[in-house]
Design a protein around this ligand. Structure first.
Ligand SMILES: [Zn+2]
Length: 93
């Protein structure tokens, strides 16, 4: 990895499933807002702690299987939340 060069602030984020760094537009964001609610943030503008997963059915399915966001958000997310992520990814691909 090269460091130290001043580059444009490209919005790169890491998928929690496959660990690949991708552009924000290729990722689906989930966000924990200040009131503790976790939601899927389609606009990627909601302020809060975010976590990302690729807009790929493979990553969404693996995320659901492992409950991959539970650790990130330090909470137990319901299966419905992961279903919603899969649905959002399905709609996006
Ligand atoms: Zn991924």
């Amino acid at each position: 990895m090269s460091r130290g060069k001043a580059t444009k602030p490209i919005e790169l984020r890491r998928c929690v499933v496959c660990r690949q760094v991708r552009h924000k537009s290729e990722l689906l964001r989930a966000v924990k807002t200040s009131d503790g609610k976790i939601s899927i943030d389609g606009a990627t503008k909601t302020f809060g702690r975010g976590a990302y997963v690729c807009k790929s059915q493979a990553c969404a399915a693996a995320l659901k299987k492992r409950h991959g966001f539970d650790k990130t958000f330090k909470t137990k997310l319901p299966a419905e939340f992961y279903d919603a992520i899969c649905a959002a990814v399905d709609a996006a691909v």
